[in-house]
Each structure stands twice: as C-alpha cells, then as structure tokens.
Design a protein around this ligand. Structure first.
Ligand SMILES: C[S@@+](CC[C@H](N)C(=O)[O-])C[C@H]1O[C@@H](n2cnc3c(N)ncnc32)[C@H](O)[C@@H]1O
Length: 259
C-alpha cells in the first residue's frame, strides 16, 4: 500500500511510551479548563487526546489533524464529548472560544510560528491557555545526518531537499517573546532534554522514519527511500557507534501561557 503524502500511524506508535512523556508534562503545565472547550491541534491517532478530558478537566475536547491515516485511527474513539476534525493547524478556527488550545509535537511541521501562535491565541476565551510542545533536536546527529544526506543527493531532490520538521523551530526565548507580545499574564517556557533509551542505535532510524523523514519518503521513490535509510543507518552507526542500549537525547521546548 502506498504511504505517499500521509503518516504511518503504526510506525509512529512504535515509540508511543517515549512520545507520551512530553505530552503528559505539557498537560501538567496547564491549569484546569473548568469544564470548558479544549482543542488538541495536530492530535495524531487521538488516544492521548482522549485523556485530556480528565487531565485538563475539559467539558469537551476536539482533536484536529490533516492526516487521513491519523484521523482514521482517531475517529473510532469519538463520543459526545470527544470529536475529531480535519483542519490545517495554520487555519485553525475554534467553533467557540476555547479554554485551552493544546498542541503536542505538531507546530514544527509548518513555519511562521509567530503567525500560527497568534492565530491560536485568537481562538481563546478570556483567561484561556495556550500549551505547545515542539521538538528542537536539529543539531543531534540523527537529524544533522539526514539533512546532510538530503543536501548531497541533489539528483534525487531536483527542487532541493525537503525541510526537516525540527528545522522550523526557534529558540525558547523567541517563544517567550511571542507569548509576551500576545499578552500573556503568566507563562512558562522550558527547554527539556528527554533521555529516551532505545534498544540500539539503529532504532533511531525507526524513530525518525515515523516522523521527520515523512517528507523524504514523499519526495523519493520507494527504492530510493529504502536506499536512503540503509546509507543513513550506516552513517549514523559509524558516527555515534553501534550501541545497545542507545541513549537518544531529545531536546524539546514546552511552552505554556495564560492570557
Ligand atoms: C508527531 S505527530 C503528534 C501527534 C500527537 N499530537 C501526539 O502527541 O502523539 C504530528 C501530527 O501533526 C499533524 N500535522 C502535521 N502538519 C499538520 C498541519 N499542517 N495541520 C494539522 N496537523 C498537522 C500530523 O498529521 C501528525 O498527526
């Protein structure tokens, strides 16, 4: 089955335990929604979205995403207080003012973050909260090697290599300034290193195959993508060593503000 242009939810779910850690920590930064409406932007397969009803004290939660494959996983979880909608995060419009706009690991897929955060802020009720997590691991060999290989493979990418998702992300201080400019009365912006212990170095390929390399998969033929992954893994092992277990350090920015 062709997977061009879409996510592979099962590949993404391989590291569900590691990926949920920032989600939980972001939720813990929020105060209760007091029965209000919560949006989960870029909700993915929806299982974590469902938990926001309880963890954020929401009356209703709406998950939004653009991926048909992710939404297909999410829709069966829906009920009267939990729904899922197809919506691009750059054009997100709340049906009614929201108590919390929450987003875990989705903003990095687009650029112009100040514009997007301004739009999300515009969907909040008075006293509302914005809670956003973005990975910022561009300098890790896992991402640097992928970027370098993209640049080397000019024949494969005549229009230039696709942007890797973490490369859109700014510095924590920039997000603090954006939140301040939007009128935050309280804010927390944190840079956190998550120590993800993987079985072996080669698992990094499986990790980024489920996220950052989606754009490479879309741009390449299946055979080219397989070759890319083989060479990428060889170079990664040569650089960081074939370790078992392997500590995959993962930098993320968590930001929260109340307005
Ligand atoms: C890394 S996953 C995170 C999923 C979920 N939030 C979680 O914590 O597991 C990123 C999600 O962002 C979605 N996404 C990417 N670009 C998007 C866009 N422009 N608008 C809405 N969702 C988008 C993808 O479809 C994917 O489901």
């Amino acid at each position: 089955m062709s997977t061009k242009g879409d996510w592979q939810p099962d590949q993404y779910a391989r590291f569900a335990a590691e990926r949920r850690l920032p989600f939980d920590e972001l939720a813990a930064m929020c105060t209760s929604a007091d029965g209000g409406l919560v949006y989960d932007i870029g909700c993915g397969p929806g299982s974590l979205t469902a938990e926001l009803l309880d963890t954020l004290g929401a009356g209703r939660v709406v998950g939004t995403d653009t991926s048909p494959a992710m939404l297909a996983k999410a829709h069966p979880l829906a009920h009267d207080r939990l729904t899922f909608e197809e919506s691009d995060l750059r054009e997100f419009t709340a049906a009614e003012p929201a108590a919390i706009v929450f987003s875990n690991a989705a903003l990095q897929w687009v650029d112009s973050h100040a514009d997007v955060l301004t739009r999300w802020h515009g969907q909040l009720a008075p006293g509302g909260q914005l809670a956003v997590q973005v990975p910022t691991n561009s300098t890790h060999p896992a991402y640097r090697l992928a970027r370098e290989m993209g640049q080397e493979l000019a024949d494969w990418f005549p229009d230039g290599p696709p942007t890797l998702a973490p490369d859109t992300v700014g510095h924590p201080e920039e997000y603090s300034q954006i939140l301040h400019n939007l009128g935050a009365v309280d804010q927390k912006v944190m840079l956190r290193v998550y120590p993800h212990v993987l079985d072996a170095t080669s698992e990094v390929t499986e990790w980024i195959k489920g996220t950052a390399l989606n754009s490479y998969r879309d741009a390449l033929s299946d055979a080219q993508f397989e070759e890319f992954l083989t060479v990428y893994t060889q170079r990664l092992l040569a650089e960081v060593g074939d370790q078992s277990p392997y500590l995959f350090t993962f930098r993320r920015i968590l930001m929260w503000a109340r307005f």
